[in-house]
Design a binder for this molecule. Structure first.
Ligand SMILES: [Zn+2]
Length: 425
């Protein structure tokens, strides 16, 4: 029973790769030796660098004892490069015999090649200056220092993830594979883009963010991870968020903006924007709030919303501050401006692409101070607070979207994604 299949297979694969390499080296060296010494009398052998008497005996198909006797060697362990050895029975001692079978070796490289491929690993290693001890050393350099992994099928080495995610918050799944195969991860019908790859001591590490809707069903969910036709499922729980319900009454002029075709068209435009992102993580550390500290947070993320006494089908996708008209809006983290234009429902809008499917959105701006494609650093001013679009007064609305899902920005201001404490069963 093999408890450490990943390690074991990895080691086996390494050994196989090394063996292949050495066989090829040996083959190349043999052919080279034959070519270089084609003019030598076929009844002798010129010692090559790294040769041992055992190598030569195997190569020529004669015993070590016969070689020692024929060459009157004093020390069987000492051969020097370029030393010419008499091949016993080849006719050098008996000049009347010139075409013994052993001399055919140098005339038939294919025959040698065939013999070569059957040469044991140890002989090949010695021929090329490797010893078994050296090989073991090379293996140990690749051996993980971590405790043995749980029994996962190849190419999985480890799966670690957030076991509990509050509605509207973001979780993380980290998959370590022994091979560089990009895995896929999903829960329900939701595809998590697995983007980040990093070579670690254990193998190839991939990470995906798990965003959840603030209205997501409170339940156990299955996380399905696939790599090289192997599928692993893990369970995480979506737990209840502490969100209130807000009833918003809009004046008739603003109410018109809620017409379904207008809101739908705008959302489609935004969804397109959130689908194209920099695959590289552009943020460093946790995000910072986009407004000065003195401003009060008024409407938290996740509040369920009913407009003009309609049903609760949406939630507050961002966090609001009661900042006055004209107050600066600062980039919460580095990124690239993905959109900067006035929208009908959301008013003056700026979207920052932070990479890996993470976006910051600012709505209702009185002024836009950024241009699409522009790179911004944390703290750069991208616009001014206003009350344009579907807004009942000057305020700053900051929203974070992860793969299109509006998630709690406060969590992003507290944690450094994706460095969350993860659970690895
Ligand atoms: Zn808002």
């Amino acid at each position: 029973m093999n408890l450490y299949p990943a390690h074991h297979l990895q080691r086996q694969r390494l050994r196989l790769a090394l063996l292949c390499m050495l066989v090829m080296l040996g083959l190349w060296a043999s052919l080279g030796a034959i070519a270089a010494h084609a003019d030598d009398p076929p009844n002798s052998y010129v010692v090559q660098s790294g040769d041992t008497l055992w190598d030569i005996s195997q190569q020529l198909g004669i015993s070590v004892e016969a070689l020692i006797a024929a060459n009157q060697l004093q020390d069987a362990n000492f051969l020097s490069e370029g030393q010419r050895l008499v091949i016993p029975g080849s006719g050098q001692q008996d000049q009347t015999q010139t075409n013994t079978p052993s001399t055919n070796i140098s005339e038939d490289p294919v025959a040698i090649t065939g013999a070569r491929l059957n040469t044991p690993l140890e002989i090949l290693l010695r021929r090329h200056g490797f010893t078994m001890r050296k090989l073991q050393l090379m293996e140990s350099e690749y051996s993980p220092l971590e405790p043995p992994p749980p029994n996962l099928p190849e190419p999985f080495f480890e799966i670690a993830y957030t076991p509990e995610i509050i509605q509207g918050q973001t979780g993380v799944v980290r998959v370590t594979l022994t091979e560089a195969i990009t895995p896929t991860a999903r829960y329900g019908n939701f595809d998590l883009s697995v983007l980040y790859r990093d070579k670690t001591r254990e193998g190839y590490r991939y990470e995906a963010l798990i965003p959840t809707w603030a209205l997501a069903k409170v339940a156990s969910r299955k996380l399905i991870i696939t790599a090289a036709e192997e599928q692993i499922s893990r369970t995480f729980d979506i737990t209840r968020g502490n969100y209130e319900t807000q009833h918003i009454v809009l004046p008739p002029s603003k109410g018109e903006l809620l017409e379904p075709q207008k809101t739908r068209a705008e959302l489609e435009r935004l969804t397109e924007t959130w689908q194209e992102f920099d695959p590289v993580k552009l943020w460093r550390g946790s995000f910072q709030f986009p407004t000065d500290e003195e401003h009060r947070r008024t409407s938290p993320f996740g509040t369920r919303r009913s407009y003009n006494d309609g049903p609760v089908t949406s939630y507050h996708a961002g966090t609001d501050w009661s900042a006055p008209e004209g107050a600066p809006i600062k980039a919460p983290a580095p990124g690239v401006i993905a959109l900067a234009e006035p929208l009908e429902v959301r008013g003056g809008a700026v979207i920052i692409d932070h990479g890996r499917g993470v976006f910051s959105n600012f709505w209702h701006l009185s002024e836009i101070l950024a241009e699409p494609g522009q790179h911004v650093e944390q703290g750069d001013i991208v616009g001014l607070v206003g009350s344009t679009g579907l807004s009942t007064g000057a305020h700053l609305h900051w929203e974070i979207r992860v793969n299109g899902v509006a998630v709690d920005p406060t969590q992003w201001a507290e944690a450094y994604f994706p460095n969350l404490p993860l659970y690895s069963p």
